[in-house]
Design a protein around this ligand. Structure first.
Ligand code: GAR
Length: 206
């Protein structure tokens, strides 16, 4: 049965936005239960914003450098996000940490997707660090954002094998294929079934 009032997703991006595109495409089906109501970014001239505009989704850009401090940026960004009344805020390749203002407004309702199997390889270079370490299996993680760097309670994880011939780019591209499916599946379940966070354990359902 389709949800008559789809959940409102705000998505933040910093790059090519293929994860965003996967959510936009999934939301074409009313039974998905969510729609992307706005897309925000910390930089302009990125494919992620073009994808949103092509889909007729409102966009906004706030660069850290436009503000006198990181706290001001955080507050302005959170204020704009709040104006779109999100049920869930999705960081999809957003290369900034969100701070206290986001936690106080949307805490427990922010998810981030990361191209490594947490708690391994947090930060900006998950695929490169996995390759350099020589792991044979890496993957992706969807987690509920907390104050740390990629440390929040885990919603979903999927493995990806590292091949001998992999480069950072080939490995990341294979991770992203799996990551997009994980993101679409998990966000859909979160909005349709609800979810609970009990310490570090995240479970679907209420
Ligand atoms: C994704 O692999 C995402 O996990 C990663 O950036 C990529 C964005 O791809 N994010 C991080 O590394 C954040 N630590 P996309 O712009 O094509 O969706």
């Amino acid at each position: 049965m389709s949800n008559p009032t789809p959940a409102r997703l705000v998505v933040l991006v910093s790059g090519s936005g293929t994860n965003l595109q996967a959510l936009i495409d999934a939301a074409d089906d009313p039974s998905y239960g969510a729609r992307v109501v706005a897309v925000g970014a910390d930089r302009d001239d990125i494919e992620g914003l073009v994808r949103a505009e092509r889909a007729g989704i409102p966009t906004f850009v706030k660069k850290v450098g436009q503000f006198t401090s990181r706290e001001h940026w955080d507050r302005a960004m959170a204020e704009t996000v709040a104006g779109f009344e999100p049920d869930l805020l999705v960081l999809a390749g957003f290369m900034k940490l969100v701070g206290g203002e986001f936690q106080s407004r949307f805490g427990g309702r922010i998810v981030n997707t990361h191209p490594a199997l947490s708690p391994s390889f947090p930060g900006m270079h998950g695929p490169a660090e996995a390759l350099a370490y020589g792991v044979k299996v890496t993957g992706c993680t969807l987690f509920v954002v907390d104050e740390g760097v990629d440390t929040g309670p885990i919603v979903a994880q999927e493995p990806v094998r590292v091949e001998d011939a992999d480069t950072v780019e080939s490995l990341h591209e294979r991770i992203k294929v799996v990551e997009r499916a994980m993101l679409v599946d998990s966000v859909g379940r979160m909005v349709r079934e609800g979810f609970t966070i009990d310490g570090r354990r995240v479970r679907f359902g209420t």
